[in-house]
Ligand binder design. Structure first.
Ligand SMILES: C[S@@+](CC[C@H](N)C(=O)[O-])C[C@H]1O[C@@H](n2cnc3c(N)ncnc32)[C@H](O)[C@@H]1O
Length: 388
């Protein structure tokens, strides 16, 4: 039966996230282009609650430009997170932190996806000692400084193997300062994302914000939604002319173009070893690399390599090319109203899209927090105090 509900990824008009009765105040650290903020904004908007972002921080200009273009009223700052939160976990607040807390004011939701290369299974195991992993603890410190109702930290599932045990250290610290903490690995495909991506989530709720009878573990049980395949996400873009850079695929070199042609000519989805570069011709576990996507299944994890067949299963199901930035953004769950135009180079664009957290994650989680009464739909209208 035909339905009038617009396809959520094809919506071109940005909702007026800043309008609403109540106000959801969100701080986003390691904010990237704002995938997590977008999901929180969507959940708030569905309830008539306005978004207010007193602080979003990323130390790269390109993602901050995209963030600002999409959330023009947010105080998005290009800076290292450590410049706002420079004290040790458990130590008295520093002068800078006291100032940060004053300027941010009362806070509902602190969200962040610290860089995760050091934890990723795709990386050498020695990288589990990567100093970047310590950035995870900046989230716990930021919660200590800002005292939000809710903290959400997103990361790769392998974060639990970190040698410094950042997850356990953060959990213990947050518990000691009055938060109830739960962790879970979430299958994003169960949240309607057409992608087999798994993420580790830490959810911490301030004791006084958790209504009696509600459980943080139960709130974090996400994912009973419909599973979407690739067709659902990108079929309408199949023949979009590559006039705009967002719809232009990367140009494959002649060897890779021949491989793409072979997959299509032979109706195959995996490239045999004999057609791969020499380094892939022996025994290897990279079956999906050089592979072609299937319309009827979710995609594999999007990374910044979506334009290169040598970096994953990124050949289009029906077209003799890899995915365009537009298709990759859709597979990450970004609706068409989300603008990436401010990005200057193609590499920056690929990194921004590949690094992004699918907004569905924070949308579903924030919705559950609203439903549980942890986040308040009411008319708590607080004007931003002092601009950061
Ligand atoms: C995984 S991405 C975050 C994606 C983002 N949460 C989203 O929802 O789209 C991590 C981001 O952290 C930024 N970053 C890494 N180290 C940082 C630091 N010390 N201070 C600020 N930003 C940092 C990177 O530039 C990158 O954009």
């Amino acid at each position: 039966m035909a339905t009038n509900t617009p396809h959520p990824l094809r919506v071109r008009k940005r909702p007026d996230f800043e309008q609403g009765g109540g106000r959801l105040r969100v701080v986003d650290l390691f904010a990237g282009c704002g995938g997590l903020t977008l999901g929180a904004a969507q959940a708030a908007h569905e309830r008539g609650v306005a978004l207010d972002v007193p602080l979003a921080v990323d130390f790269e200009q390109a993602p901050i430009d995209v963030f600002s273009a999409n959330f023009p009223k947010a105080h998005a700052q290009r800076a290292a997170v450590e410049t706002f939160f420079d004290g040790d976990v458990g130590a008295p607040l520093t002068v800078v932190e006291t100032q940060t807390a004053e300027t941010v004011g009362e806070l509902d939701l602190l969200i962040g996806g610290p860089p995760c290369q050091g934890h990723s299974n795709l990386n050498n195991h020695t990288r589990r000692d990567d100093p970047k992993n310590r950035l995870y603890l900046r989230m716990a410190r930021a919660a200590e400084v800002l005292r939000p109702r809710v903290l959400v930290v997103e990361n790769v599932p392998a974060v639990v193997h970190d040698r410094q045990q950042v997850v356990e250290v953060a959990r213990e610290h947050l518990t000691s300062i009055g938060y109830t903490v739960a962790t879970a690995v979430v299958e994003l495909v169960r949240l309607g994302i057409p992608q087999t991506r798994r993420r580790h989530i830490m959810l911490a709720v301030r004791a006084d914000a958790l209504p009696q009878g509600e459980s943080v573990d139960t709130i974090l049980q996400l994912g009973e939604g419909a599973v979407h395949d690739l067709r659902w996400a990108i079929q309408d873009l199949e023949n979009v002319p590559p006039e705009h850079w967002f719809d232009k695929p990367s140009r494959a070199n002649s060897e890779n173009q021949a491989r793409i042609d072979w997959l299509h000519d032979n109706g195959q989805f995996n490239l045999p070893n004999a057609r791969r570069p020499v380094c892939h011709q022996g025994k290897h576990s990279y079956v999906s690399m050089y592979g072609r996507l299937s319309w009827d299944q979710p995609a594999q994890t999007m990374t910044s390599g979506f334009g290169s067949m040598g970096q994953g299963r990124y050949v289009h199901p029906s077209q003799r090319r890899t995915l365009t930035p537009h298709e990759a953004a859709r597979i990450q769950g970004f609706p068409d109203y989300f603008r990436f135009d401010s990005t200057v180079t193609r590499t920056q664009l690929s990194v921004i899209i590949g690094n992004a957290v699918p907004p569905a994650l924070s949308r579903v989680l924030a919705s559950r927090l609203f439903d549980a009464g942890v986040l308040d739909e009411g008319a708590r209208v607080t004007e931003r105090q002092v601009a950061v």
